[in-house]
Design a protein around this ligand. Structure first.
Ligand code: COI
Length: 363
């Protein structure tokens, strides 16, 4: 593929930056965005960085009707030396194409989109918040734009990358959350789209989430869609348990999202000499382990929250308080290590970070 130039149009009206100590998740957006178009004749064309703006689309655009869309999420951080770092961004590009393949969206040139992403972050680098627990969340996504009501793959698409300075995803931050085991609704089934990062998976999770919140829980624990017996994910995160010293996480089975934080956690735990197994885990096994006093820790992993400890699981009417409801030792160590690597404060043994800019450079 011929290397394409990325054109840049700077904004003439920079927006005021938010108070870094008062950031929620995903409500504020920066000054610029990356855009690229696709049509069958040209392939992906006109990669550009332009002022952040609303878009105008035909109401018949296919994304509005049948949800042909994929997205990614990753973060940028500033180190104490004022360097801007990304965490494993090539993994997000790879997964974006895996999702594209599942949703019949034309594959992207991963190198080109990553280059656009880096240039965008470099242009809006002053938006990266530095307060504890904050970062710049990066949201690449693709939508089907053809105006057509037939159920088919679109012939035209748009790819965007937008940036949002964020605080904690959960209001609890790294504090343990209370989770209800979901035994009515399911998130995904093998053969479906559970292992693709596509909007429908998240839309179909809302009902269970709403019911759980009404009952005072933060999220739900998803069981498999066939037997409702095996654990899959927690909320929009992957899940890990520590049982009698062994760390277990559900194996990738086609309905579970292949989390990049999940992969980083497994790599780190093994590096620390701990035993990690990726296997089927039934809810019965977890309940039994808790009754026997062997369930030592439970935590979710994801880009947005990094590590989210689970302090209590509710199964029917039974409450399983885990590790006296406090953040476990492994959860804390993982959170500190991963965020430490992301911010350049911990040794990057695995070469996970990529430097994209320096705040000390003049633009
Ligand atoms: C994550 O990063 O953990 C997620 O998948 C959540 C995202 C949909 C906001």
């Amino acid at each position: 593929m011929m290397k394409q130039d990325i054109r840049v149009e700077f904004t003439s009206a920079k927006k005021p930056k938010p108070d870094p100590h008062d950031l929620a998740f995903g409500r504020i957006f920066t000054d610029h965005m990356f855009v690229m178009d696709y049509d069958a004749d040209q392939g992906w064309y006109d990669p550009r960085i332009i002022p952040y703006q609303s878009i105008s689309m035909d109401p018949a655009a296919m994304v509005y009707h049948y949800g042909q869309t994929v997205f990614e999420g990753l973060k940028a951080y500033v180190t104490k030396d004022q360097e801007v770092l990304l965490f494993r961004p090539e993994k997000n590009m790879e997964r974006l194409n895996q999702s594209n393949d599942r949703l019949c969206i034309p594959l992207i040139d991963e190198e080109l989109v990553l280059e656009g992403l880096k240039q965008l972050v470099a242009i809006d680098k002053d938006w990266i918040p530095k307060a504890e627990g904050t970062s710049l969340y990066i949201r690449p996504f693709i939508i089907a734009t053809e105006p057509f009501l037939g159920v088919a793959a679109s012939h035209t698409y748009k790819l965007f990358i937008i940036l949002s300075p964020v605080g904690s995803y959960y209001k609890e931050g790294i504090k343990p959350v209370k989770i209800a085991v979901e035994n009515e609704f399911v998130r995904a089934v093998k053969g479906g789209t559970g292992n693709a990062k596509t909007a429908g998976n998240y839309a179909s999770s809302l009902k269970a989430q709403q019911v759980a919140e009404e009952k005072g829980f933060s999220q739900v624990l998803w069981l498999d869609g066939i037997e409702k017996k095996y654990i899959e994910e927690v909320g929009s995160m992957n899940i890990f348990f520590k049982i009698s010293g062994e760390i277990v996480t559900p194996e990738l089975n086609g309905s579970i999202l292949e989390g990049i934080t999940r992969n980083s956690v497994i790599t780190l735990l093994k590096h620390w000499g701990l035993t990690v197994s990726e296997r089927k885990i039934s809810i019965d096994e977890i309940i039994q382990a808790h009754r026997d006093g062997r369930l030592e820790e439970t935590f979710g992993t994801g880009t947005a929250a990094v590590i989210s400890p689970v302090g209590e699981l509710i199964w029917n009417d039974e409450s399983l308080v885990i590790g006296s409801g406090e953040t476990g030792e492994i959860s804390k160590k993982l959170y500190d290590t991963i965020t430490g690597i992301q911010k350049g404060a911990e040794a990057d043994v695995f070469g996970w970070t990529t430097e994209v800019a320096s705040l000390s450079e003049t633009k």
